[in-house]
Design a protein. Structure first.
Length: 153
């Protein structure tokens, strides 16, 4: 079984390319923090290459930019290639199958972070009924007119 799930941040803006047959593709790198700290108390990061095709590639290029948090689900692919000097090399990449946004939770610098949880909320019991409530069952809330400034109603 070959399944990779990663959450990290884009290292650079993704650039959309098109193959000779007209298929959209983008390659980009994400920085993924390790779960543990080193001896100095610092977190290390791994830089992982990602490849997205077709609609996934267009989605990434349109909605993600350098520094944005991203969640990737895909598979690891290892492929041989030859560099400019004729040396044989090996590329290790994640072929993206699903790409998700990340919630806006504060990161260390105060901007975005967190995984988008798309699971439905748990079912709750029936809502309380106020059908038989009298005026004495409710209390008027104190408000300050300054709190209402700028509201559209």
């Amino acid at each position: 079984m070959n399944i990779a799930v990663l959450m990290g941040r884009l290292v650079a803006d993704p650039e959309l390319r098109t193959t000779q047959s007209g298929v959209s593709v983008t390659s980009f790198r994400i920085a993924v923090e390790r779960a543990f700290k080193d001896a100095n108390g610092n977190r290390q990061a791994d830089f992982i290459d990602i490849v997205a095709w077709r609609q996934q590639a267009e989605f990434v290029q349109k909605y993600f930019h350098k520094g944005d948090p991203i969640v990737i689900r895909g598979s690891i692919q290892v492929r041989p290639y030859e560099d400019k000097n004729g040396n044989k090399r090996t590329a290790v990449e994640v072929q993206a199958e699903n790409i998700s946004f990340v919630l806006s939770q504060p990161r260390r610098d105060g901007s975005g972070g967190g995984y988008v949880d798309r699971t439905p909320p748990p079912e709750r019991g029936a809502a309380p009924s106020y059908a038989n409530a009298g005026a004495s069952d409710f209390a008027e809330l104190e408000t300050d007119d300054d709190d209402l400034e700028g509201l559209p109603f």
